[in-house]
Design a protein around this ligand. Structure first.
Ligand SMILES: NC(=O)c1ccc[n+]([C@@H]2O[C@H](COP(=O)([O-])OP(=O)(O)OC[C@H]3O[C@@H](n4cnc5c(N)ncnc54)[C@H](OP(=O)(O)O)[C@@H]3O)[C@@H](O)[C@H]2O)c1
Length: 272
């Protein structure tokens, strides 16, 4: 029986976290989203009535909404506090998704706008989230704050596999990994595990409707991944990814040396 706060549960991997975690009626799941009504409709249509699920408004780029969500969460969970925060919500930018970093040279305005959005959402939004919810985690039993990062931010992976795509997005996740480590540096002594976990390459519908140029970039990434991991057969489902991530966060502990670490869904540095 645990209390979870998960961001970005409107779709993709976040919706799967919500689905799996709320399957056990003894768990309490608070989901933060930008569009509360649409998410509640989706839950009713796809999962039916789940009285252990609470959906709150929370936009990572809007501090006031996160603050209100923290206040509302405190009321919902009461003295139990929060056992797990799953910082899943994030901006996956399309501008740089499949093209090499050099191709961004003549897109100055777009690069600056997207970089600013990535920074505000993936980095600062999560920093605010952790600061606003930490008192609830300190009250909880399990005290785990899990951040969904990306293997795209791993330097060895980038350099060894020559992954030249998704430069802006990967840089935002690398910065987020640092923020997570800084929180670990402060809160490890209080028994709070801060951990960054990459979900693997997960099919959330993003690979459909690509332009021929994007398809080329995607094919090149798949080629790199097969060379990196010969067992790689393609993207995994959200169901498989979330199952692995949950198993990994259950095994991870401060005592085991995972405070502030950055690992894959498999619990190591194997990114797919
Ligand atoms: N899929 C992969 O292969 C993969 C690989 C590595 C890492 N990841 C990470 O996994 C996490 C989930 O990604 P996904 O693949 O499920 O992507 P997705 O389908 O694009 O979902 C992203 C989620 O984040 C939410 N979000 C975006 N901006 C937000 C904001 N400003 N405030 C609050 N929520 C916001 C979205 O909400 P809206 O519906 O309101 O837009 C949505 O729920 C992300 O952190 C992503 O970086 C994914």
């Amino acid at each position: 029986m645990s209390v979870y706060v998960v961001t970005g549960v409107s779709r993709g991997i976040g919706f799967e976290f919500l689905r799996q975690l709320s399957e056990d009626p003894k768990n309490l799941v608070v989901g933060l989203v930008r569009d509360k009504a649409a998410t509640e409709q989706k839950i009713a249509a796809e999962l039916g009535d789940r009285p252990n699920v609470h959906i709150l408004h929370g936009d990572l780029t809007d501090y006031a909404t996160l603050k209100q969500a923290a206040t509302d969460t405190a009321e919902i969970v009461g003295e139990r506090g929060v056992d797990y925060i799953v910082a899943n919500g994030g901006l996956v930018s399309s501008l740089d998704a499949y093209g090499p970093i050099g191709a961004l040279t003549d897109k100055v305005t777009e690069v600056e706008a997207v970089s600013s959005q990535l920074w505000r959402t993936n980095v600062i939004g999560n920093m605010h989230l952790f600061n606003l919810f930490i008192h609830l985690v300190l009250k909880g039993q399990t005290k785990k704050i899990i951040t969904i990062s990306s293997g795209m931010a791993d330097l060895d992976f980038i350099n060894n596999c020559e992954v030249d795509i998704a430069g802006l997005y990967a840089a935002s996740k690398a910065a987020l990994n640092v923020i997570v480590a800084k929180f670990n540096a402060q809160y490890k002594k209080d028994g709070v595990l801060f951990l960054s976990i990459s979900p693997g390459l997960v099919d959330v519908g993003r690979f459909e409707n690509t332009t021929p140029e994007e398809a080329q970039g995607l094919a090149s990434l798949m080629g790199n991944l097969v060379a990196y991991a010969p067992h790689f057969k393609g993207p995994i489902t959200p169901e498989e990814s979330v199952r692995h991530i949950r198993s990994t966060w259950e095994k991870a502990s401060i005592e085991g040396g995972f405070g502030g670490a950055f690992i894959s869904h498999l619990g190591n540095k194997q990114w797919v």
